[in-house]
Write a protein that binds this ligand. Structure first.
Ligand SMILES: Cc1cc2nc3c(=O)[nH]c(=O)nc-3n(C[C@H](O)[C@H](O)[C@H](O)COP(=O)(O)OP(=O)(O)OC[C@H]3O[C@@H](n4cnc5c(N)ncnc54)[C@H](O)[C@@H]3O)c2cc1C
Length: 317
């Protein structure tokens, strides 16, 4: 059972010294902030709109011993039904500026695009296409923020963040602002140094070559049509639930294990794409978690392959 929420007046006052009141939420249901539409309340959720606010929030949490967690669009997240005891720092639309370098000062013939971490990938891909730059089409249908995508080294259809990233501005766990170049980010399959070191992505720069606008648009439309055809976009989910095990496809293993449509409560293995666990209406986090565990056990039993969740878990399970 979740303990009753008691407002920490002192901490709340300190938040009010750093942020405007409309940037601070108390006992905020995280189901409103995740694409699974699942998750209990966070004690505090804040919407900073500048680098200095993020830095000050981290310093405050460290000083006050307040746990904190960074949230983007919540499209790769399963939040516990009990929510989160601490402060959620949401890097969202308040951080969604983008600029495209139009001058000829290109890096090896490529043009620099700088964006803030809260921008949605769809918006960023559109802006890049509008400037006839190619190489970001793969990301246009990933329903998350740039910050989440850099952290996860998000990828699709043969492309990933790693391909075009130049550098990233982050806050470290002490609230200091650092710039990391591509090598320092140690980007790998759905991983980065950002996860390991608990950095907060604030801005990122990418470089893209010029292409033909029409071809770029066509590619984006084609990839998005493929997504719509193959993925259960009509249901809330957090995308591919499992990482791709080496030499296999998670969805195929799950299907071959006879688990298509398998349910725990209102959480279901999608019949359209077995790699997705979907919320068919009012599913709880514990149902999703139980379903994930069942799938892992059955696939391991049948094929000796240990699936690993790609979805991040937040809170108590
Ligand atoms: C229908 C659907 C399709 C999807 N398709 C794909 C796909 O093709 N490829 C793919 O890679 N993913 C896919 N995803 C998963 C997800 O969209 C991506 O992983 C996305 O990049 C996550 O971004 P987010 O802003 O939603 O991150 P969140 O879910 O909010 O967070 C994910 C993780 O990143 C951290 N994080 C978020 N923002 C920051 C930040 N600014 N600084 C530091 N850490 C941060 C969080 O703490 C958390 O650990 C899909 C999801 C859905 C629902």
């Amino acid at each position: 059972m979740k303990e009753e929420f008691i407002l920490n007046e002192d901490f709340y006052q300190k938040l009010k010294e750093l942020l405007r009141e409309n940037q601070i939420m108390i006992e905020e249901p995280l189901a409103k902030h995740t694409t699974f539409l699942i998750g209990g309340p966070a004690d505090y959720l804040v919407l900073p709109d500048s680098i200095s606010q993020v830095s000050s929030l981290v310093k405050l949490c460290n000083k006050e011993n307040m746990p904190f967690y960074i949230l983007g669009k919540g499209s790769n997240l399963l939040v516990s039904d009990n929510g989160y005891r601490g402060l959620i720092i949401k890097i969202g639309q308040e951080f969604s500026q983008i600029s495209v370098e139009e001058s000829d000062t290109t890096i090896a013939g490529k043009y620099l695009v700088k964006a803030q971490a809260g921008i949605m990938l769809s918006k960023m891909a559109n802006e890049i296409a509008e400037h006839s730059l190619e190489g970001f089409e793969f990301a246009s249908g990933i329903p998350g923020t740039l910050g989440g995508a850099v952290t996860m080294n998000a990828g699709a259809y043969g492309g990933e963040m790693k391909d075009s990233i130049v550098c990233v501005v982050v806050a470290d766990s002490a609230g200091n602002i650092l710039e990391l170049n591509k090598e320092e980010l140690k980007l790998g399959y759905r991983r980065s140094i950002i996860q390991d070191n608990h950095y907060i992505v604030l801005e990122a720069a990418f470089a893209f070559p010029k292409g033909k606008k029409e071809e770029i648009r066509n590619k984006m439309n084609d990839l998005n049509a493929r997504r719509k055809e193959k993925q259960p976009l009509e249901y809330p989910s957090a995308g591919s639930t499992f990482k791709r095990p080496e030499g296999y496809f998670a969805g195929k293993l799950i299907m071959d294990a006879g688990l298509s449509g398998f349910k725990v409560g209102n959480a279901q293995v999608s019949e359209k794409h077995c790699g997705f666990v979907i919320n068919i209406g009012g599913a709880s986090a514990s149902e999703v978690r139980a379903l994930i565990n069942e799938v892992i056990t059955i696939v391991n039993h049948k094929f000796g392959v240990m699936l690993e969740p790609e979805v991040k878990l937040l809170g108590e399970f």
